[in-house]
Design a protein around this ligand. Structure first.
Ligand code: UDX
Ligand code: ADP
Length: 464
């Protein structure tokens, strides 16, 4: 048995590293078209930051885990081929801004159809619209090589920042498919370390839809508590107290009730928009509108946060320095896809604020590219004014202290642990007065900071 995975990103890389670690006798070959990414996977500085990943890769790489750009060889050798390529939201044509762009999935399937020989199990790992497997089957079936295929759906539920724990001890593994033998082959891989009763098997379409539904439900919880956070600010209720009170109801449960500046990440918004698009496609207008509201609420939360900063700072942030702490979409990752920080920074820049941005993991070039992209239209065009705001009003600095020096305000946009333990007395002494803290993650100790002299505003806390 040999495995290959096409796509060495946030999903393919960690997932294959874990399979290789847990199944030392199964050769696992991860391939990608991006040479730079593959070189990084083969180096000491992996292309993604994920706690615990280094150790897992170090254990398996060179033994039964291999990274290369040789897509064709990997396909030819493998019995099971995972497809873990990116499926971003379409930026052009029909469904732009909503539907998933399946270009990379299709190209990947075509490549498999062209070079495969014998019988292969093709596994959809990327999140895909329901019934994509149908299209993949047709493309594979049209190949001239005479190879035969079974298509399985095996969505990945790992969350970034906790990927290794999620892979090691998943709540469940989901495998959808039609062929019992193919399903059994994949079950046998996971069963090396996941208890059988946690490996669910379903039909293809349930599996595809479950992934979209899980993300939609999770995002909905965040938007629900964020909606309540706005009401808390208006009524002097405290959103963390409300979350605790409702979370103790075992029917509701305590997880995913942390109010924030807005959810980000590569999945939530993309998957919901995808769900909305699908519902519209099937004429289910009310269902589409219901789910779309989760994204609308998230946009409102990000906008509301930036507007709150301006309003509180005497209705102008023009030429004021604002320290931005955190740019990743959550802690313990270097991923910025759909990060709330991007949109808050964009809005503050358009109010002419000067931003000093610090994130422990996100490189400067990535921050600048994200800000430029956020100010560009779907065709990638940006006005000269917006470009100059990113070039002239943004500095990227090496720590929270440097960011806060001479600043009028601090905006906490990612909940990195280090923000809890900084020397706030020292920081206060270097800032302009009144020194504002806008805590978009409710991580700072409000009471202590207020005692020092800061004016602190949190999400769902009265005041902002
Ligand atoms: C998510 C799903 O959790 C995972 O199962 C799926 O495979 C991929 O999408 P991920 O995007 O990596 O994972 O991170 P997640 O922990 O779900 O957080 C998503 C966003 O919601 C982050 O921006 C996070 O800060 C925010 N969030 C999460 C909140 O604002 N409050 C919460 O209570 C939880
Ligand atoms: P995800 O978060 O879903 O893992 P990423 O963008 O991090 O998404 O990773 C997807 C990877 O798939 C990228 O590194 C990209 O270069 C790779 N990729 C896309 N299309 C192909 C293809 N046809 N063949 C090989 N690799 C591909």
């Amino acid at each position: 048995m040999k495995i290959c995975c096409i796509g060495a990103g946030y999903v393919g890389g960690p997932t294959m590293a874990m399979i290789a670690k847990q199944c030392p006798d199964i050769p696992v070959h991860v391939v990608d078209l991006n040479q730079e990414r593959i070189d990084a996977w083969n180096s000491d500085s992996l292309p993604i930051y994920e706690p615990g990943l280094d150790e897992v890769v170090r254990e398996a790489r060179g033994r039964n885990l291999k990274f290369s750009t040789d897509v064709d060889a990997a396909i030819t050798e493998a019995d099971i081929i995972f497809m873990a390529v990116n499926t971003p939201t379409k930026t052009f044509g029909v469904g732009a801004g909503r539907a998933a762009n399946l270009e990379f999935v299709e190209k990947c399937a075509r490549r498999i159809a062209e070079v495969a020989e014998g019988h292969k199990i093709v596994v959809e790992k990327s999140t895909l619209p329901v019934r994509t497997a149908e299209a993949i089957k047709r493309i594979l079936g049209a190949g001239a090589s005479g190879a035969t295929f079974d298509v399985l759906s095996n969505p990945e539920f790992l969350a970034e920042g906790t990927a290794i724990d999620d892979l090691l001890d998943p709540d469940r593994v989901l495998i959808g498919g039609e062929s019992t033998e193919a399903i059994e082959a994949l079950v046998n891989v996971y069963a090396r370390w996941v208890p059988r009763e946690q490996i669910l098997t379903t039909n293809l379409w349930s599996s595809e839809l479950s992934k979209l539904t899980a993300n939609a439900f999770l995002a909905q919880r965040v938007s629900s508590i964020n909606a309540i956070s706005a009401l808390c600010e208006a009524t002097e209720a405290d959103v963390d107290e409300v979350a605790r009170a409702i979370g103790m109801d075992s029917r509701i449960g305590p997880k995913f009730l942390k109010a924030s500046v807005g959810f980000g990440g590569s999945c939530f918004q993309k998957d919901i928009l995808n769900l909305v698009y699908l519902c519209e496609h099937f004429g289910l207008r009310e269902v589409a509108a219901y789910w779309e509201q989760v994204v609308i609420m998230n946009d409102y939360q990000k906008r509301r946060f930036a507007e709150g900063i301006c309003r509180t700072m005497f209705s102008t942030v023009s030429d004021k320095k604002i320290a931005v702490w955190g740019f990743a979409f959550k802690k313990d990752t270097n991923d910025t896809r759909e990060s709330a920080a991007i949109y808050v920074c964009r809005d503050l820049l358009r109010e002419r604020a000067r931003l000093a941005i610090y994130d422990p993991q996100v490189p400067e070039a990535k921050i600048r590219a994200d800000l430029i992209a956020s100010m560009s239209n779907l065709a990638g065009e940006i006005s000269d004014l917006d470009r100059s705001l990113v070039e002239k009003n943004v500095t990227i600095v090496g720590d929270g202290y440097e960011a806060a020096k001479d600043a009028h305000a601090i905006a906490v946009l990612t909940e990195w642990d280090e923000f809890k333990t900084l020397d706030y007395k020292k920081i206060y002494g270097t800032m302009k007065a009144p020194a504002f803290v806008f805590d978009g993650r409710n991580v700072v100790d409000r009471k202590r900071l207020t005692e020092i002299g800061f004016e602190v505003f949190g999400i769902g806390k009265s005041g902002v």
